[in-house]
Unconditional design. Structure first.
Length: 119
């Protein structure tokens, strides 16, 4: 049995988004144009999964920032740079949604990671 073409297309769209995650100006129109489909169809694919492009982007960007804050390879980057590299253009918005999602500030996560690095 061959895979569902909608599923395959949606997986390709999500992979494309993940590859462009650091860009703070990703839009439905940009993604649709790259895949030769309508913006409406992109929104429909996310809706069928019970999500939206914006919630997917936010979740993936926050996850990327969390990983970077805890990774020694990014210890030389300040938190604002990590936020930017994760696709956030506004540091205060980043701090607010990060704390809401993880129950800790980016600084708390970085400090906990630094303690682990010393052990």
């Amino acid at each position: 049995m061959s895979p569902d073409p909608c599923f395959t297309r949606f997986q390709a769209i999500k992979a494309d988004i993940l590859g462009q995650l650091g860009s703070s100006d990703l839009s439905t129109d940009d993604i649709a144009a790259r895949h030769g489909i309508s913006s409406r169809y992109v929104r429909k694919l996310f809706e069928e999964e019970g999500s939206s492009l914006s919630s997917f982007l936010l979740s993936e960007r926050l996850s990327r920032a969390w990983r970077m804050l805890g990774d020694r390879r990014y210890a030389h980057l300040d938190i604002a740079r990590i936020a930017h590299e994760s696709g956030f253009g506004d540091i205060s918005y980043f701090n607010r949604v990060f704390r809401r999602r993880f129950g800790a500030t980016p600084s708390d996560v970085r400090e906990a990671a630094q303690l682990r690095w010393r052990d």
